[in-house]
Design a binder for this molecule. Sequence first.
Ligand SMILES: Cc1ncc(C[n+]2csc(CCOP(=O)(O)OP(=O)(O)O)c2C)c(N)n1
Length: 405
Amino acid sequence: MAVKQTDATSELPDRETSVAILERMLLIRRFEERAGEMYAKAKIGGFLHLCIGEEATIVGAVNAMRAEDYLMSTYREHGQAIARGTDPNNVMAELFGRVDGVSKGRGGSMHLFDWERRFLGGYGIVGGNLPLATGVALACDYRGTDDAIVCMFGDGASNQGTFGESMNLAALWKLPVVFMVINNQFGMGTSLERHSAVTDLSRKAEGFGVPGSRCDGMDVLDVHRVVGEALRKAREDRQPQLVEAVTYRFRGHSMADPEEYRTKDQVEEWRKRDPILVFKQRMADAGLITDDDYQALDEQAVKRVDAAVEFADNSPFPDLDSLYDDIYVYGDQVKGWYAVDERAPKPHRGEEERDAGDLAHELAEAGAAYAGAEYENDRQRHSGDDTFGTGEPAGETRDEEGGGD
Ligand SMILES: Cc1ncc(C[n+]2csc(CCOP(=O)(O)OP(=O)(O)O)c2C)c(N)n1
């Protein structure tokens, strides 16, 4: 896998714009690093997928969108939310599972959502967001709007059946959608060459009638240029597009990744093309920024993230009474708990937690008791050693090893 060098063909924007781009990428980087730390300290539950290394791909693409456009992403989406303008406080609070999180603490890291900014998530099912994005594009078209959607997914997701199904319908119905494959070289621990017969992913949808283009995902300006043009074609010519951004994730797939599928040398080779440092150097060469300016921007990003952690820490966990709010299931599946199958003008029975049947309550309480016992066991296992060098009491840390998503 060759490391593509930046051609640096896209012109550098004015100082103010360039600083804003750098600022945003730095904020995402520092946010992700801190999220990793908070995960190790067990402040964050579930899984955590960091986008460190992919900042140019994210910021370049999001900056090419209009405010009215929609964005849909995968579980590796903290950066997308921040790039779209969601307050880092609410993103961190969601990671912490607190009520002030963007999804009221119910979604966690993989399910960020911000309707106001038309950020439609955060999606845990690999390839599951492609048909949904196609549906959103259909809605944009059906309502006669000028809006479009950018749907981001990984190289691994391009092997899902949903990829072909979505491309076909988008092309057939001439929908305003840009499918953006973030090729970070791996689907979990499987490299692109080992999981996809076609490795030029920009061409993978051609047979379905969706033309593609490729950008250097480590070059924020190149991404901006290519996604901007793809959005124009999707919006104005009603021709859906596939954009491949060639990038690399510097960290493991998730926090539970021993990274046995790649060498340190390979990671180091790609780190030489760190999208933030490369962009900073271009700005410095053009006389737009000094080392002191950069230092100040970095400190500002760190402070912003400090504030986000403090905010998240001070936000309460959702009330146990709200456990059954905003949840829809069919009545047959959980006894005494009804929702979508009983549409009526009045509040639905399942929307009142108190109406939930005994069984649902018992299950919830048993689950909470079980989680408490696990936590205690974990504390005892770690008591007395600072395994991860976090400087925190050992019981506050978690084991990062072991399989997982
Ligand atoms: C349908 C489905 N199958 C399997 C998984 C488990 N899984 C989680 S992430 C992942 C790898 C996806 O890789 P890629 O699409 O390249 O995205 P990346 O993680 O590199 O951003 C897999 C297989 C899942 N979440 N959903």
